[in-house]
Design a protein around this ligand. Structure first.
Ligand SMILES: Nc1nc2c(ncn2[C@@H]2O[C@H](COP(=O)(O)OP(=O)(O)OP(=O)(O)O)[C@@H](O)[C@H]2O)c(=O)[nH]1
Ligand SMILES: [Mg+2]
Ligand SMILES: [Zn+2]
Length: 300
C-alpha cells in the first residue's frame, strides 16, 4: 500500500459514470466525487482534472480546472484548434457553413484552420483563395493519396484539435492518415472517436502524441446547435477577424456594418479587401441573431 497520490490528467472519455483521464503515468479510470454534482459541474471530455489516485489505475476526480472554452454539441472542453474539413469536389462545402463554424470558434478563442480535402479530384482553388485572403491557415490535402497530410499533422502538435465538416467530406479518411496505429480502418476510427447515431452522447478524444489530442466530431449542424445564440450581435464582427482592420474606422461607434453610411467594413468590401462570401455570411448571421434580447442569450 503506497497511499494516495495526486495527479493531473485530461479527460478522454466518460462512460457510465467513469471518466478515463490521461495522466503522465498513463490512463486512470476515475469516478467523480459527489461535490461536482453539488456544484453543478459535470466533467466534460477535454477537461483538465486533479485526480486523487487510489492506485496506479483508479482514482477520484477531485477538481476540474477552469475551462478556457467549451462546445455544447459535441460536448468538449479546452479546445485549442478546430480543423474545418471542406471540399470543392462533391459534397461541395457551402462557405456559409465554414464561416458560421469559424465565427463560433473565434468567439470561443479557438483557432480555426481549413483543410481542403479531395484535392486529388479538385484542388479547391476557389476556397483556397477566399480563405487565405481572409487570413486563415489553409491546407490542401487528400485523404486518398495522403498529399498534404504531413503539413496538416504538424499543425496539430501540442494541441487538442477537433475535426469538423459535413458528412462525406472525408474527416475519417484524414484521421485515418493521421492516427499513429497502422492499419486502423475508417470504420474502426468512427467507432473509437465516437461519431454517428449511437455515439453523439459519447464523445471521445484520442491522444496521438505527447500533449496532442484529436476529436472527430459530427457534422456542422450538430456542431452549432445551441452555440450560435451564445454570440451577441455586438460581438459578431469581432468573430470575423478579417473585418478587424476596418471595423474601428466606421463613422458611427457601434456600427453593425449593415448600413452603407460611413461603414468602413462595407467600403473594404467594395474595394475587394474583404471577401464577398465572408461579408454575406456575416450579414446572414447578424440577421439571425439581431433580435435576440440580452436576457435571452444562454448563460452557460
Ligand atoms: N477522391 C477522394 N475521395 C475521398 C477523399 N477523402 C474521402 N473520400 C471519400 O469520401 C467518402 C466519405 O469519406 P469519410 O472519411 O467517410 O467522410 P466523413 O467526413 O468521415 O463522413 P461522416 O463520417 O459521415 O461525417 C468516402 O467514400 C471516401 O472514400 C479524398 O481525399 N479523395
Ligand atoms: Mg466519419
Ligand atoms: Zn461598419
Amino acid at each position: 500500500m503506497t497511499g494516495e497520490t495526486m495527479k493531473q490528467g485530461r479527460i478522454l472519455k466518460g462512460v457510465g459514470g467513469f471518466y478515463y483521464a490521461d495522466t503522465r503515468d498513463g490512463i486512470i479510470v476515475c469516478k467523480a466525487r459527489g461535490k461536482f454534482r453539488i456544484q453543478n459541474i459535470k466533467p466534460m471530455v477535454g477537461d483538465i482534472a486533479e485526480i486523487r489516485c487510489l492506485d496506479d489505475e483508479t482514482g477520484f476526480l477531485s477538481e476540474i480546472k477552469p475551462r478556457k472554452n467549451f462546445l455544447i454539441r459535441p460536448p468538449i472542453a479546452n479546445i485549442d484548434m478546430i480543423v474545418i474539413v471542406v471540399s470543392q469536389a462533391p459534397p461541395v462545402t457551402d462557405t456559409f457553413l465554414i464561416d458560421r463554424v469559424s465565427a463560433i470558434a473565434a468567439h470561443q478563442n479557438i483557432e480555426t484552420v481549413i483543410a481542403i480535402n479531395k484535392c486529388d479530384l479538385d484542388d479547391g482553388d476557389k476556397l483556397y483563395e477566399i480563405y487565405t485572403r481572409a487570413g486563415f491557415k489553409v491546407f490542401r490535402v487528400s485523404g486518398v493519396t495522403g498529399d498534404g497530410i504531413p503539413e496538416l499533422k504538424q499543425s496539430l502538435a501540442g494541441k487538442l484539435t477537433a475535426f469538423t465538416g459535413v458528412s462525406g467530406v472525408g474527416k475519417s479518411m484524414i484521421l485515418n492518415c493521421i492516427l499513429p496505429e497502422p492499419g486502423l480502418k475508417t470504420g474502426e476510427i468512427n467507432d473509437r472517436i465516437g461519431r454517428g447515431r449511437h455515439t453523439t452522447r459519447h464523445v471521445e478524444i484520442i491522444k496521438i502524441a505527447e500533449n496532442t489530442w484529436l476529436a472527430d466530431t459530427p457534422g456542422f449542424s450538430a456542431f452549432d446547435t445551441g452555440q450560435m445564440d451564445l454570440i451577441r450581435k455586438e460581438e459578431l464582427s469581432g468573430a470575423f477577424f478579417d473585418f478587424l482592420p476596418y471595423s474601428g474606422n466606421c463613422r458611427f461607434t457601434g456600427c453593425a456594418h449593415i448600413k452603407d453610411s460611413g461603414c468602413a467594413v462595407i467600403d473594404a468590401l467594395k474595394q475587394g479587401r474583404i471577401e464577398e462570401t465572408r461579408y454575406l455570411s456575416y450579414k446572414r448571421m447578424y440577421e439571425s441573431i439581431k433580435d435576440i434580447k440580452d436576457w435571452e442569450h444562454k448563460n452557460v
